[in-house]
Design a protein around this ligand. Structure first.
Ligand SMILES: Nc1ncnc2c1ncn2[C@@H]1O[C@H](COP(=O)(O)OP(=O)(O)O)[C@@H](O)[C@H]1O
Ligand SMILES: [Mg+2]
Length: 340
């Protein structure tokens, strides 16, 4: 540890709509869902992250769970700030004999406005940050995947998170083509909820829909290695009684088909709007997928078929953005695209 690190603590934050990941000294020190539980009356923070998620959909009156970044926009400045502050508190001050100066790079969803950007920065400063840079999500994802973003070569990244799917073409350290749609993991969950209500007359909460997606989620109806059917519980809408239902991956593929098609359209649209020289590069390199949504079974194959390009899924896609943000922290003064 250098002398400097006694005075400065450096952290990289991936502030995602679904999950917040913080890296410190190349280690994941926070990996929590972006959710906070607040007492409505006293405004006191009851829980953040996993603890708050466990309360989601089960809170007594007076306590509310909030996902402050839900749709890729900051729905609620105050809860964003409270949440960010709690997460920063979870990072270590080990090795510092005084409260260290905080230096950080924060990755934000690209769709957020300047005002919201300001809010994130303010929250970070409120939480003790002295030096903050922001980075856009597709850029961080590209770096995390291992792409040389400064090279004169076009690369297409699709980052499918909780609230948004972001499609970007990156070349020479900049984003040349960008498209964001509010169709991602959360939408797949609500599609599954709607499908269960209409097809099976059964009401399920968001956490159950999420479990169905993770266990038997699929973007296609012809998987080579299909997962075993999944049993879940919900409330029968006709009898009002809790009921068990089995679901297979084909049903989930049907439930989310329209949403996947919307992402496909956005990808085609982004390809059409890509300058020809960069297009030629993408033809050779293919498309890179990151974000939790890229874990959906068969999504890579479906996109490959639609675009006729090679599609590569990032290694550990849920952490690609955080890795890229941490690499940017090491290049704090070198990467031109970090926003002061
Ligand atoms: N195995 C999986 N299959 C499909 N979706 C998944 C899987 N694992 C996580 N997800 C989804 O990925 C999304 C979170 O991805 P993430 O990249 O962390 O999002 P964000 O950057 O918006 O926080 C959630 O909607 C979650 O349900
Ligand atoms: Mg993300």
């Amino acid at each position: 540890m250098g002398l400097f690190s006694i005075f400065t603590k450096e952290i990289a934050i991936d502030l995602g709509t679904a999950n917040t990941v913080i890296l410190q000294n190349n280690q994941v020190v926070v990996d929590e869902p972006s959710i906070i539980a607040i007492d409505q009356k006293t405004k006191e923070v009851k829980a953040v992250g996993k603890k708050a998620l466990m309360m989601h959909g089960k809170t007594p009156e007076g306590i509310r769970t909030i996902r402050p970044l839900r749709d890729g926009v900051i729905a609620d400045f105050q809860s964003t700030e409270l949440m960010l502050r709690e997460f920063i508190k979870m990072t270590s001050n080990k090795g510092h004999f005084l409260p260290p100066a905080l230096k950080m790079v924060i990755c934000i969803p690209s769709g957020i406005t300047e005002v919201e950007e300001r809010a994130v920065r303010d929250s970070a400063e409120q939480a003790g940050a002295k030096d903050v840079r922001l980075i856009q999500e597709p850029m961080a994802a590209a770096i995390g995947i291992g792409i040389d973003v400064l090279a004169a070569c076009g690369n297409m990244i699709i980052d499918i998170g909780g609230g948004t799917a972001e499609i970007a073409v990156i070349s020479l350290g900049g984003i040349t083509t960008f498209k964001s749609v509010k169709v991602a993991g959360d939408r797949f969950n609500s599609d599954i909820q709607e499908y269960m209500r209409k097809k099976h007359n059964i009401a399920i909460g968001e956490p159950t829909a999420e479990q169905i997606k993770i266990n038997v989620g699929s973007a296609v109806e012809d998987l080579e290695n299909p997962p075993a059917d999944y049993e879940f519980y919900g409330r029968n809408l006709l009898t009002g009684v809790p009921t068990a239902v089995k679901v297979n991956y084909r049903e989930v593929a049907q439930a989310i088909d329209r949403s996947i098609a919307q992402i496909e359209t956005a990808v085609i649209n982004a390809l059409e709007n890509t300058p020809p020289e960069l297009s030629a590069d993408i033809y050779k390199t293919g498309i890179y997928l990151a974000g939790g949504g890229s874990l959906l079974r068969g999504l890579d194959k479906r996109l490959a078929k639609k675009t006729t390009l090679d599609v590569h899924v990032a290694e550990d896609p849920l952490k690609a953005v955080a890795r890229g943000t941490a690499i940017s922290l090491k290049n704090f003064d070198k990467f031109p695209f970090l926003m002061k």
